[in-house]
Design a protein around this ligand. Structure first.
Ligand code: MG
Length: 157
């Protein structure tokens, strides 16, 4: 077994869809990003790549590359899993925390878990997604950004 850690953040701006864990969450603000800006999946991709020492999301999917503009991060995750699979690695479980001041994510957590379960090909019981606020502290606490942290355990070839 190997463990990996990932982090991501995006500034929140008007006129963008807020997508987290592949789930669209109703919001007046969404992430400023080259892709769909799914901070949870981006942190997860870095955790998976990190566990296998296979680089990071920016190296695999350069933001300068036009083919990734507004792309669904679920596609990036699928491609990441292919890279892992080719190296013989398999994800076993993941744990993630999203930090967002509003809206509250409680009602969407189960949908994120089942979406990730489908995409990762592991049971929902092996996928944990948690949501926190920053109690008004800093730019994220003032609602200007979304952040996500993730750890992933992968099985070695
Ligand atoms: Mg990102």
């Amino acid at each position: 077994m190997r463990i990996g850690f990932g982090y991501d953040s995006h500034r929140l701006v008007p006129g963008r869809a807020l997508i987290l864990g592949g789930v669209q969450v109703p919001s007046t603000l969404g992430p400023e990003a080259h892709s769909d800006g799914d901070a949870l999946i981006h942190a997860l991709i870095d955790a998976l790549l990190g566990a296998c020492a296979l680089g990071d999301i920016g190296r695999l999917f350069p933001p300068s590359d036009e083919q990734y503009r507004d792309i669904s991060s679920r596609i990036l995750l699928e491609r990441t899993l292919k890279v892992l699979g080719e190296a013989g690695f398999r994800p076993r479980n993941v744990d993630a925390t999203i930090i967002l001041e509003s809206p509250r994510l409680g009602p969407y957590i189960e949908q994120m878990r089942s979406t990730l379960s489908m995409d990762l090909g592991i049971p929902g019981a092996a996928i944990s997604v948690k949501a926190k606020t920053k109690e008004g502290l800093g730019l994220t606490g003032q609602g200007h950004a979304v952040e996500a942290y993730a750890v992933a355990l992968v099985e070695e070839p």
